[in-house]
Design a protein around this ligand. Structure first.
Ligand code: PGA
Ligand code: ZN
Length: 421
């Protein structure tokens, strides 16, 4: 195959929140063509790579991405077209050098990540490989179908209710295979809709496809989710369907206190609250339990609950290899959330995952609350064999695109193992 780039083109499209984002198409000299859609977060970490937005109040309230599109079509295209590359890493290094900032602020992380994903997809296609196979070959990993973490109830920045916790997920850890895990997710989601309706709650959806009822106390939500798991005929717990939480606590951390349902809690109060929740409900994973600036709290949380729970850092780590390295050294958490657009290139994302693997840290591949139909993260989770993926509810096109991509892989490659790693 010839990894010479013939063209790189971007345009402005819409994401699942009706906000502008980029679609990037890369064509190689041999005619191979691949496209990428760029995701966008709402509850972002402060150290994430920076999205470039136009700031023109006349278009999309300043959220247009025409400058990022122009950067792809001019500067980035000029740097790549006509050149032959060894691998995605070489392209990414070129993009990072061209941008010249530590956080991709000049060209825009949204521009850079779109090109990086499209290139990864094109290079795999040119080798006649599935994208996840190419990732596994480059990383030396064993492909594994991940446990899907379905976000079934939304709060925080993702819903217009008064619930402070952002995500309540169900994880069919005990399912015998990936298709059965998807069926469990869909069945529990249906049972939850019925339970909510019976109790007089609205069943409208939040940004990630979970329900967004007028609930306030996290424990009330947990009781409802457990009820739905059992009503659907599953065991609530690691043998069946377990629960994962992403409170996204940086969003309700102010002046050193966590503001949850009219209470103001210290870090240690929060840790006590989580310990009680883990005692009373079948929770197996807690993401962003404490805020991105509360490193001391994270160390105490890990000392207290690290043996019982997967403690995943999202806003605190930002998929950043240097920050992850620091967190590993400080024992702040025991797992990293992995979002490609937080760091801005495919190869830096793979580096972050490699650092975790070497330290015995788990990796939890994730979508963003603003998504397109792009399913790159499904291939990323499968190819690296990390064992877990969150990409929203088992509903809505931009969410199921990822689960469906994995159903396709499960059907075509029946020997692929399923489950946590
Ligand atoms: P975001 O939220 O995509 O809005 O940042 C997802 C998450 O916090 O995991
Ligand atoms: Zn998160």
């Amino acid at each position: 195959m010839d990894r010479t780039v013939r063209s790189v083109e971007a345009l402005e499209i819409l994401d699942s929140r009706s906000m502008p984002t980029l679609a990037v198409t890369v064509t190689l000299a041999d005619g191979t063509k691949a496209r990428a859609g760029v995701p966008s977060g709402a509850s972002t970490g402060s150290r994430e790579a920076v999205e470039l937005r136009d700031g023109d109040p006349e278009r999309y309230a300043g959220k247009g991405v025409l400058r990022a599109v122009a950067n792809v079509n001019t500067e980035i295209a000029a740097a790549l077209v006509g050149h032959r590359f060894e691998d995605v890493g070489e392209v990414d290094r070129r993009l990072i050098a061209l941008d010249g900032t530590p956080n991709k602020a000049r060209l825009g992380a949204n521009a850079v990540v779109g090109v990086s994903i499209a290139v990864a997809r094109a290079f795999a296609a040119a080798r006649d490989m599935e994208l996840w196979q190419a990732i596994a070959a480059s990383e030396g990993t064993t492909p594994r179908l991940p446990v899907p973490h379905f976000n079934v109830l939304n709060g925080g920045k993702h819903a217009p209710n008064d619930l402070d916790f952002q995500e309540f997920m169900i994880a069919p850890i005990g399912a015998p295979n990936f298709p059965e895990a998807v069926r469990a997710g869909s069945t529990v989601y249906g049972a939850l809709r019925k339970t909510l309706a019976e109790r007089g709650y609205a069943t409208g959806l939040g940004d990630e496809g979970g329900f967004a009822p007028a609930l306030r106390r996290p424990e009330d939500v947990l009781s409802l989710v457990v009820h739905a798991i059992e009503a659907a005929g599953y065991t609530a717990g690691r043998d069946g369907v377990a629960i994962a939480l992403d409170p996204a606590s940086s969003e309700f951390y102010r002046d050193g206190l966590y503001h949850v349902d009219a209470e103001a809690l210290t870090s240690d109060d929060m840790i006590d609250r989580y310990a009680a929740m883990a005692e009373n409900y079948p929770i197996w994973l807690l993401e962003d339990g404490l805020a991105e600036s509360d490193w001391d709290g994270w160390e105490r949380l890990t000392a207290r609950l690290g043996d019982r729970l997967r403690l995943v850092g999202d806003d605190i780590l930002c998929t950043n290899p240097a920050i992850i390295t620091e967190a590993i050294a400080r024992r702040a958490g025991n797992a990293a959330l992995i979002k490609v657009n937080q760091i801005g290139t495919v190869s830096e994302t793979l580096e972050a995952m490699r650092i975790c693997r070497q330290a015995g840290w788990a990796q939890f591949v994730s979508h963003r609350s603003g998504e397109t139909e792009d399913s790159f993260i499904a291939d990323l989770a499968l190819g690296t064999g990390c064992g877990q993926l969150k990409t929203g509810a088992p509903a809505r096109g931009e969410r199921v695109a990822k689960y469906n991509r994995l159903l396709e892989a499960a059907a075509s490659f029946p020997d692929l193992p399923y489950g946590l790693n």
